[in-house]
Write a protein that binds this ligand. Structure first.
Ligand code: PLP
Length: 362
């Protein structure tokens, strides 16, 4: 049989890939994607729309997004001597980093972690490796990590801090040991920084191989697609060469500048989410058969009784609540579900739904 056009043309690793699937959330209470559930007060929305009136859609955006870049440095307390590169979401920055590597490079991350590290590495034909986290508390398995670093000499190590989907912060001493041992770059992915009382931003001056990446998505602007990475100017300058010139569009630049300039817009929302997180965690752990893991992010990972994750996930869906079923990923995530912390009434609907499915299943 003749091979199809695509199978003759495209790299085998691309042909072998399965697409990153996003569940259709229409009509559901959406607690699957770590979004901020709150919308803006009407008055702020009106001001924002005023700002957008001045956007010239017929013109290309500022290729360097200078105003936004400077504002991000200020808001995130990034010292002047470091540079910041902006991406169309931090996903694009992960892609940029990996695109810059030589073909045979090795990439390392713990397992489980954010799926795009592997997805993009594999799509680019790089050698992706993962080291399982410790099964009891999802801490880094340091002997195994150091062994992998020694043997593989990875060009890039990704550490999500807090980690997705386990929601924990790795030990600072462990990360520092990795920074000291790594021959290449170590990317600390702080996507959940707004909910965590911890950061490596202040360590940039201490490690030449450290990059700190963040995003506005989990803070409350997932629709805008804006991520950024901070590091030594010499590294950022190289990455900037392969960034597409207008990757941050006019509307994203204007809207991000507007939103980040609002005093007290996100802070109360973030605090409400953290408060709800504590309450939900306590309630989940009071349920028979449920183990909920403590969280430094805006979501909670929890383990269901053996073999019940799929049916609990489906039961919640039937009741109009969409969360994330991680159990199919197996390994440490067998029997695990992940719920994003939403508004109080959404969390209550989730909790009631869970209680109801548990009572019918057990
Ligand atoms: C959500 C998430 C991202 C992706 O963020 P975007 O900026 O929306 O692309 C990156 N890293 C981790 C760990 C995440 O959970």
């Amino acid at each position: 049989m003749q091979k199809s056009l695509s199978s003759r043309l495209f790299r085998p690793e691309v042909l072998a890939l399965s697409a990153y699937k996003v569940a259709d959330a229409t009509g559901f209470i959406k607690l699957d994607a770590m979004e901020n559930p709150y919308q803006w007060p009407e008055q702020i929305t009106a001001q924002w729309l005023q700002t957008l009136k001045n956007c010239a859609l017929n013109r290309y955006p500022d290729p360097a997004a200078s105003e936004l870049n400077a504002l991000l440095k200020r808001v995130n307390q990034i010292p002047d001597e470091f540079s910041v590169l902006l991406g169309n979401g931090s996903d694009e920055i992960i892609q940029l980093l990996l695109m810059a590597l030589p073909p045979e490079s090795h990439v390392l991350a713990p397992e489980p972690s954010f799926v795009m590290y592997k997805q993009i590495s594999v799509s680019l034909g790089l050698n992706y490796h993962s080291v399982p986290l410790q099964s009891n508390d999802f801490a880094l398995d340091m002997p195994a990590m150091l062994e992998a670093i020694k043997n593989l000499q990875p060009a890039i190590i990704f550490l999500a801090y807090p980690n997705n989907p386990t929601a924990n912060l790795f030990a600072v001493a462990d990360i520092k040991q990795i920074l000291d041992s790594a021959p290449g770059l170590v990317v600390i992915d702080e996507a959940y920084a707004p909910f965590a009382d911890a950061s490596f931003m202040g360590e940039l001056g201490n490690y030449a191989n450290l990059l700190v990446m963040r995003t506005l998505s989990k803070l409350g602007l997932a629709g805008l697609r804006l991520g950024f990475i901070a590091g030594h100017p010499e590294i950022i300058a190289q990455l900037d060469k392969i960034r597409l010139p207008y990757n941050i569009n006019v509307l994203t630049q204007a809207s991000s500048v507007f939103a980040l300039s609002q005093p007290d817009l996100f802070e109360p929302q973030t605090q409400a989410i953290c408060q709800q997180r504590s309450e939900l965690l306590v309630k989940l752990n009071q349920l028979d058969g449920i183990t909920a893991y403590s969280s430094a992010a805006n979501f909670i990972l929890f383990r269901t009784p053996t073999g019940l994750a799929d049916s609990i996930f489906a039961g919640l869906k039937q009741q109009g609540v969409l969360i994330k079923n991680l159990s199919p990923q197996a390994g440490l995530l067998s029997d695990c579900l992940r719920v994003t912390v939403g508004k109080p009434e959404e969390n209550q609907a989730f909790f009631n739904g869970l209680v109801q499915t548990l009572t019918t299943k057990q």
